[in-house]
Design a protein around this ligand. Structure first.
Ligand code: PHE
Length: 339
């Protein structure tokens, strides 16, 4: 018995090959059910108690060594054509997972780029604002409904603080910190205490713009918005301006883009008018300029602001705003190609 074990150990130690077939033959000869090592176990069963004690352990070790050797040989087996089941070097690589930009960011970046090209810079400000920057400096009357608990999230610890309801607050900061000419856009996240539905959310994003200089006119505003609409929606895009109201602009307007009425989706998106509402705008109210330390007799300016989610929903035909906040990978993956 001892001799045989020794002989096998020696064979296991010295045997070597890189060929899959030879490794398999070796395994079958030594370890398969009718192989030499199981045969040795059969012999072992017939031994007396004394000898069993002597060889049991080394026999088990022999079996383990044989298996370990085969595992080793397999790991180092040749990868050439003849035995190459393990690696097919001609196989195309499997695609790795690639992250993608969020559709809100894609649209926001595009809007920002369009305005950067005509000399606007980007300004940012805090999401938690004080009453002055979000409302008072912007000419909101004391009793204006937008200040109500219904529209604004206030900070419980300090009722002077609120989550900004628009990024016009950033424009106040820009006017306070800079001398005209000021040409800036402020993209960012805003918050309103609204019921969440397919069409509206309590969190969304805006891009607002501000231009202050000597003798800025409504015609400048209109031309800038037309430029934007044509860059963003296509070169033949038509726009219209409808009278509107904001406390911080006078006159105020709402800009629509002509979308068309060719199918059912167009009807739904434009409420049957063919026109898409895109943004609010107007000439900065002289009170606002004064509040921010700019002389309204010397300077004038325009401002505009748009919601990014709504434009992203139009662009990508997204039917429910909540998709934009759920981070469901199956939804987000669809924007891979939009990188
Ligand atoms: N701040 C306005 C809003 O949140 C948008 C706006 C900005 C309108 C600038 C006019 C001028 O709806």
């Amino acid at each position: 018995m001892e001799e045989k074990i020794k002989a096998f150990l020696k064979e296991i130690e010295t045997f070597t090959t890189e060929k899959q077939q030879e490794i398999e033959d070796f395994r079958i000869r030594l370890l398969s059910r009718k192989g030499q090592i199981p045969a040795l176990f059969e012999e072992f069963k017939k031994l007396g108690g004394e000898e069993k004690r002597k060889y049991g352990k080394s026999l088990n070790e022999l079996k383990q060594k044989a298996q370990a050797k085969i595992d080793d040989l397999r790991a180092g087996a040749s990868k050439d054509g003849e035995t190459g089941e393990r690696f097919d070097l001609s196989r195309p690589a499997s695609a790795g997972f690639m992250g993608s930009r969020h559709p809100v960011n894609l649209v926001k970046n595009e809007i920002v780029d369009i305005f950067k090209r005509i000399g606007f810079n980007v300004s940012e400000g805090p999401e938690i604002e004080d009453d002055w920057h979000n409302f008072t400096a912007l000419n909101f009357p004391e009793e204006h409904p937008a200040r109500d608990m219904q529209d604004t999230f206030f900070v419980a610890r300090n009722p002077e603080w609120a989550l900004r309801t628009h990024t016009s607050s950033v424009q106040v900061r820009a006017m306070e910190a800079n001398k005209p000419p000021i040409r800036t856009i402020s993209p960012g996240r805003v918050f309103r205490n609204e019921a969440i539905s397919a069409r509206s959310h309590c969190i969304f994003h805006q891009v607002e713009g501000l231009y202050i200089d000597k003798s800025v006119s409504f015609a400048d505003l209109k031309q800038t918005l037309l430029y934007f609409a044509r860059e963003f929606f296509g070169k033949d895009t038509r726009i219209r301006l409808r009278p509107s109201y904001f406390p911080f602009t006078e006159p105020s307007a709402e800009m629509d883009v002509y979308w068309g009425l060719e199918n059912e989706v167009d009807y739904r998106m434009t409420k049957g008018t063919g026109w898409l509402e895109v943004m609010g705008c107007g000439m900065v109210d002289p009170n606002v300029l004064e509040n921010c330390g700019i002389d309204p007799n010397e300077y004038s300016g325009y401002a505009f602001g748009m919601g990014v989610e709504r434009i992203a929903m139009q662009r990508y035909q997204i039917s429910d705003i909540r998709y934009l906040f759920e981070n469901d990978i199956r939804f987000l993956e669809q924007f891979h190609t939009a990188l």
